[in-house]
Write a protein that binds this ligand. Structure first.
Ligand SMILES: Cc1cc2nc3c(=O)[nH]c(=O)nc-3n(C[C@H](O)[C@H](O)[C@H](O)COP(=O)(O)O)c2cc1C
Length: 171
């Protein structure tokens, strides 16, 4: 009943390099440290992305918005790079690693795997974010502008929600 912890933000994980590149959807992702900037993601070994990340020891976290939902659903429901032909996703070279980012994404965080540990039937990859690029209109002053972008969160199975535009400010 992991849906008791939902809604959770949905991200895209890009893996691989050269002509062997892949994208999957991932909800089970969280920041772990800010200095250094570390992020962990739990990935099932049944996923093709698991093999590519294990092989290359790097991945990119791409931040999708509502406009990308159709493609998020395609890459989150199908295995292997063939599925990418059905999407409108465009790869862009990363700055510090060989795994590319996604042009349409609000941000791309380039990660080097620094630790891998199996927990139950998933494997937790800890990535150090060694570089990031982002859309300055969506993240002015390094913060998300929730009026500019609708960030995707997964509610359950085939249902998604986005952030409301209203801010409840405490300061
Ligand atoms: C919204 C959404 C979130 C998902 N989150 C995860 C996740 O956190 N970890 C995971 O291993 N799979 C997750 N999946 C499933 C993978 O994205 C799915 O198995 C995908 O087909 C794997 O692709 P690949 O085999 O090409 O790597 C999620 C799927 C969806 C639709």
């Amino acid at each position: 009943m992991y849906y008791l912890l939902y809604p959770k933000r949905t991200y895209l994980i890009v893996s691989g390099k050269g002509n062997k590149r892949n994208v999957m959807a991932a909800d089970w992702l969280m920041p772990l440290s800010d200095k250094p900037f570390l992020v962990g993601v739990a990935i099932s070994p049944k996923n093709f992305s698991y093999q590519l990340i294990s092989e290359n020891k790097e991945f990119v976290i791409s931040v999708p918005t509502l406009e990308m939902l159709d493609d998020v659903w395609i890459v989150g429901r199908n295995h292997g790079p063939e599925k990418l032909k059905e999407t409108k996703l465009t790869f862009v070279p990363s700055v510090k690693i060989e795994t590319p980012g996604i042009k349409e994404a609000a941000a791309n965080l380039e990660c080097k795997v620094i630790d891998t540990k199996k927990y139950g039937n998933y494997t937790f990859f800890v990535g150090e974010v060694i570089h990031y690029t982002y859309n300055k209109e969506i993240f002015p002053n390094n913060r998300p502008d929730v009026k500019k972008a609708k960030f995707l969160a997964h509610s359950s199975w085939a249902e998604f929600v986005v952030n409301a535009e209203k801010l409840y400010s405490k300061g």
